[in-house]
Design a protein around this ligand. Structure first.
Ligand SMILES: [Fe+2]
Ligand SMILES: [Fe+2]
Length: 334
């Protein structure tokens, strides 16, 4: 009586080999096990075509080279594809394909299915993690943008100043050869430079004409106050924004505020935003000043190289040339 070999009953098994006698003997044994056999030559191209046409649960290799077959099947992206098994791995030397061989084959098929399921689940988990990180990042960027807008709402209710400073500072960073990540961080963090102005009273912030020394001292507190609001953040973005808020009024020669830092001890983000901020304020009207022409503002930036501004940032500003003009034109400035 034939042994019961129901381990692979109903499964489609592709037999690959060029030894017709061996293949048909195996086909008979597989049929006896209740599986559904199909056969093709041992040529990797034939096997790949047969698998693509009607994917089997396993490919049983008779005499052909299993490594070559796997190599041919893998690039097809058949991740959930069949196990490729040399028949001699399942049977004892010279013995026919029997119930024990069927159980071994079934175990291999199950193990592969499990592995595939695991790969799928890992991919799902990875995608969800990326999605939620992306959502979180988008939410924080959005929140920071609103915060920046709130800070400048009273003296720039179009919010354009903060965004223009972000654009220009990012262009300067790009021109200085900073990597994409740094450029992005500068772009997002720069609009928060004046966050601390939230705490400066209207009668000072919106005062037409010159400020008294005492009033100016109040305005100067915005650098430290803004940095304090942003302090302690764990993300690169918040840390960059904190540095920008604290150092965007430091001067290259050490006579700026709040810390009187000099030269390249001033974080680069602060040096970039300083130039972008001053330029943008000059070419736009403020309660206390008329707008300057772009030429006059550009001259002022150049004059400040090495005293007020980092000379390399000024060189990058000069290097922008036409594109800085284009930026201003696009936003309707003079
Ligand atoms: Fe400022
Ligand atoms: Fe500003």
């Amino acid at each position: 009586m034939a042994p019961i070999m129901d381990a692979i009953a109903g499964m489609r098994v592709l037999l690959a080999g060029d030894d017709d006698a061996a293949v048909s003997e195996l086909r008979a044994a597989i049929s006896l096990a209740g599986a559904v056999p199909a056969a093709c030559s041992g040529d990797p191209g034939d096997v790949a075509a047969a698998v693509a046409q009607d994917p089997p649960a396993a490919v049983l290799v008779v005499g052909a080279d299993p490594v070559a077959l796997r190599a041919r099947l893998d690039p097809l992206g058949l991740q959930g594809g069949p196990e490729v098994v040399p028949v001699e791995d399942l049977t004892r030397a010279g013995a026919p394909f029997d119930a024990a061989a069927a159980r071994r084959l079934r175990a291999l098929i199950d193990r592969r299915a499990l592995r595939m399921r695991q790969v799928e689940l890992e991919a799902v988990v990875a995608t969800q993690a990326v999605d939620s990180r992306r959502d979180l990042q988008a939410a924080s960027v959005d929140l920071l943008r609103r915060l920046a807008a709130a800070a400048e709402y009273r003296d720039d209710n179009t919010h354009e100043h903060t965004q223009r400073v972000g654009d220009l500072a990012a262009r300067l960073a790009r021109n200085l050869g900073h990597d994409d990540r740094t450029v992005w961080l500068v772009r997002q963090a720069a609009p928060l430079h004046d966050l601390g102005k939230i705490a400066v009273p209207d009668n000072i912030l919106l005062k037409p004409g010159r400020l008294t020394d005492e009033e100016f001292e109040v305005v100067k507190t915005h650098a430290v106050l803004g940095a304090r609001v942003l302090a302690g953040g764990e993300s690169d973005l918040l840390q960059t924004a904190e540095r920008v808020a604290r150092t965007h009024h430091e001067r290259w020669d050490g006579t700026g505020y709040p810390d009187g830092m000099a030269g390249d001890r001033i974080p680069i983000e602060g040096r970039l935003v300083h130039v972008a901020d001053v330029f943008d304020v000059l070419v736009h009207e403020r309660p206390y000043k008329e707008s300057w022409t772009v030429m006059a503002a550009t001259e002022e930036i150049r004059r400040g190289a090495g005293t007020q501004f980092d000379p390399e940032v000024v060189a990058a500003f000069d290097g922008l040339g036409a594109s800085a003009w284009a930026l201003l034109d696009a936003q309707g400035a003079p």
